[in-house]
Design a protein around this ligand. Sequence first.
Ligand SMILES: *Cc1c(COP(=O)(O)O)cnc(C)c1O
Length: 464
Amino acid sequence: MKYQSTRGDAPVLDFAGALVTGLAIDGGLYVPQSWPTIDAGDLARITKMDYHEAAALLIWPFVEGSSISRQALAGMAEAAYATFRHDDVVPLHQIGDDEFLLELFWGPTLSFKDVALQLVGRLFEHELAATGRTITIVAATSGDTGSAAIEACRDRDGIELVMLHPAGRVSEVQRRQMTTVDSPNIHNVAIEGTFDDCQDLVKAMFADRSFRDANHLAAVNSINWARVAAQTVYYVTSSVALAEQGRKVSFTVPTGNFGNILAGDIARTMGAPIERLIVASNNNDILTRTHETGVMVMDGVTPTTSPAMDIQVSSNFERLLFELYGRNGNLLSEAMDEFRATGQLRLPSDGADAFRRDFAADRASEAEVEVTIASVNDGVGHLIDPHTAVGVTVGRRLRRPGETMVELSCAHPAKFPDTVFAATGVEPDLPAHLSGIWERDERVVELANDLDAVESHVAAVTAS
Ligand SMILES: *Cc1c(COP(=O)(O)O)cnc(C)c1O
């Protein structure tokens, strides 16, 4: 399998190359040159496999032809999913006759980011050992990505990880999950600024070619192709399991950067029995608006109770745009330049039609999120987090008769205790393995929102 950039002007790479490169040098995202299909016999056997076996089987076609062997992939998948605290790894939890939650939060840091990053951390280490290289991963987080990346990379050979978060603007649970990790290769930086400031600093470091090369910078944010590949697995396993019960299966996905739902679209292309894929937005609804109008218009960001979905532009949407532009990197590159200049991108009309044919989209307000958290608790005595509640709100509204709706549950309710408590009067318990975050010392450096200061820190970490 080979990978090309969505903007058509970067070297073609294999899986391992796309893994360590992250963002292509033309500013595009790496995508496979063709889509694999799942063998019918494999599809029929998949529900009899352990999750890690299904993962190795389904991810292999994306990895094939790189330095990673099938056996090595299988070993890494087994180790990655052994860190999950549920026998089914990603259990289906039925909450209605035709309604299921797909719980993706049983990994070490309680969000769906672990599903991909537990594997990606191991893939990085494997590739670095094979090539004798070292890297410094630099990333920004508004919450869940930070702890998941730290947990995935801690104590791994060849990797230093510098994680920027906005000082005072992540929840205390989220901050302590990051800063109480006592590993010499983990470096937390609190930036005096917003999440956007943190992300701009990371982008500026990657855009500084000499700095990027000198410090062997690498990325683990959701544009990394390996994360999308790893996320295709649970769509296949859960849709097949429910289809075997004679159900017509659709998914509603609480969406931010479009990485999760994109994996669902790819799973469907590979042959998983998926009817509809529904994009669920909070008030930051650029994707729902694009779906309705065929024009992507940039707007500001409004903070909500589901911060992982508070995005201005969905970075992985570029991978779908590439398909909607007929896989023409030059056309997409022009469109993205125009989007950057004007804040607007009009989809080609057949592309807008295809987006509406292949996806549905809708939004949930803050008031609806609160009502949904309360109604699931009243109805089945189950606490859900506010991101899950966005998906449940939209999934319930759009479900058709005869359709089984699977709503993705992407975070444990204990990550967002205040919102859950406000809606239900119940305080969700933090799982026991995390209780140590309240006692352990925090390790974090505070820096100004200043590129020179942050680059000096990253260079010192790289040299250490
Ligand atoms: C990351 C995240 C999302 C958004 O997923 P995308 O792949 O960015 O669309 C939604 N909910 C939670 C809890 C998350 O951590």
